[in-house]
Design a protein around this ligand. Structure first.
Ligand code: SF4
Ligand code: SF4
Ligand code: SF4
Length: 454
């Protein structure tokens, strides 16, 4: 029986964790719920609050809370924890592949997991043959699942564009034969983007991810060309054209914030001012030794930025110039199935990264870490134990998550972050957790504010 109580932007919010019910309440009900959480009985609550509130008001607040309890919307039990004990044994299929079409890049981003496109000195392009085998593997290992996701990723996939086009054609041919439906995504830094590519992507790609960090000075500092010049001026007009050509839908601009721009709300708003409607700006995934890595002492500043952003988003929404911020988009209705809510990003089980030469890794962040090599396109998955370990990266396998109010929205955090900071995929990454919890608080507050408006 767990609630999460907090105040944000003038709202008193109570989230009933297990049912997912959200209540926006007055000060009295807020205080009553706090005492109920501490297992105080009615007499003790009356005693504790009678100096602040009228007795009859306290009585009706207690009644109100009891009604919500009776209706299964407050202090509900965790019905999932037993259903989930066999989580590791559940059968999974592969649903998505991240194809590293090119281990090469025309930019040299400072935070690049691909070592500025160098990939541990092993530059390579994926051949059509390897890509075909990867799609065949996906079809063969997807069971009865019809919708399959393929992300053309890099390095920079446009450096191997012909293979992308050939693989899309191959996928379209195969999906008919096997009764599947491929949903392709292109992730690009924009340098090589042109009209032909946009036209093709608008026809074939269910989503495109356009990498840009925000303000020019922020973007150019972290995302320069190899010789040092910034890439902002070249990519912005192309991304604007691309987003418009997709009717501001089925794409997002994706940025990374680091210790160098802890005031990242300004970057999100800058992207909105450029006209983008679908925006994601995410905390950097980096080893703690890097000077741009986020530190524990940065958490309050970052949380404040989320508050600034949330308030500004509500304001802009009311003015008719709203935009979506990916990390504030949570589904308060809970989604279709508890397993989905608890299985996280699916890395290493339902989702794999494929290198240009056909090796499998749990996700792009693990590519090149040999202990995470899981198999390849010729032999399939060779490490069932590793798959099992990744399957267990869910909220009921981690002590911290089991207690965390955010568990149904977070699903256990990022295995790569956990590995970077603790040397194990089964830990939690404290900074990530603090930010995740804050984002969920903001997201709920935004929904409350917009519901208020209606
Ligand atoms: S564009 Fe992507 S792959 Fe290229 S250097 Fe930047 S982060 Fe790395
Ligand atoms: S925020 Fe952290 S502790 Fe909470 S569910 Fe996510 S990973 Fe687990
Ligand atoms: S482990 Fe982390 S970096 Fe990898 S796919 Fe999952 S959330 Fe993303």
């Amino acid at each position: 029986m767990q609630i999460h109580r907090y105040k944000n932007n003038g709202y008193n919010i109570i989230l009933d964790v297990n049912s997912g019910s959200v209540h926006v309440v007055d000060d009295l009900v807020y205080d009553v719920c706090g005492l109920l959480e501490e297992q105080k009985d009615s007499a003790q609550i009356m005693d504790a609050l009678s100096n602040t509130y009228a007795k009859e008001d306290i009585s009706s607040a207690l009644e109100e809370c009891q009604e919500l309890k009776d209706e299964g919307m407050l202090f509900t039990e965790d019905v999932y924890k037993d259903a989930i004990t066999n989580f590791a044994e559940r059968p999974t299929v592969v649903k998505a592949l991240c194809l590293h079409i090119a281990h090469d890049c025309n930019l040299a981003c400072k935070y690049c997991f691909a070592e500025e496109g160098e990939y541990h000195g092993r530059r390579a392009l994926m051949s059509f043959e390897v890509g075909k085998k990867a799609l065949d593997f996906l079809i063969a290992n997807s069971g009865s699942r019809r919708n399959l996701e393929v992300d053309f990723f890099g390095g920079e996939p446009l450096m191997n564009w012909q293979v992308v086009k050939d693989l899309v054609a191959y996928g379209r041919e195969q999906e008919k034969i096997h009764n599947k439906n491929f949903r392709f995504t292109l992730t690009t830094n924009g340098v090589l983007l042109n009209d032909e590519i946009m036209e093709f992507a608008n026809k074939e790609m269910g989503n495109v991810v356009l990498s840009i960090d925000g303000r020019k000075e922020v973007h150019d500092m972290m995302r320069p060309f190899r010789k040092g010049a910034g890439s902002y001026d070249l990519i912005v007009p192309k991304f604007q054209q691309f987003a418009e050509s997709r009717n501001q839908d089925k794409y997002y601009v994706r940025g990374t914030f680091t210790r160098n721009n802890l005031d990242f709300a300004a970057d999100v708003l800058h992207l909105a001012d450029l006209g983008f409607k679908q925006i994601s700006v995410e905390p950097v995934v980096a080893p703690p030794t890097e000077d741009y890595a986020l530190r524990v002492e940065d958490i309050p500043v970052i949380c404040e930025q989320y508050d600034i952003l949330a308030k500004e988003m509500i304001k802009r929404h009311k003015e008719g110039r709203g935009f979506n911020f990916f990390h504030f988009m949570i589904d308060l209705t809970g989604g279709p199935c508890v397993y989905k809510r608890l299985s996280g990003c699916g890395s290493g089980t339902e989702y794999l990264a494929v290198t240009p030469w056909g090796d499998f890794y749990p996700c792009h962040q693990f590519v090149g870490e040999e202990q995470f090599l899981m198999g390849n396109v010729d032999e399939g998955i060779k490490t069932p134990d590793l798959v099992k370990e990744f399957k267990c990266c869910n909220v009921y396998a981690k002590e911290e998550c089991r207690k965390c109010f955010a568990r149904f929205y977070c699903s256990g955090g990022c295995a790569a972050n956990s590995y970077n900071f603790h040397g194990s995929i089964n830990d939690v990454y404290e900074i990530g957790c603090a930010l995740q919890q804050k984002r969920i608080e903001c997201a709920i507050m935004i929904k409350a504010a917009l519901a208020d408006e209606n």
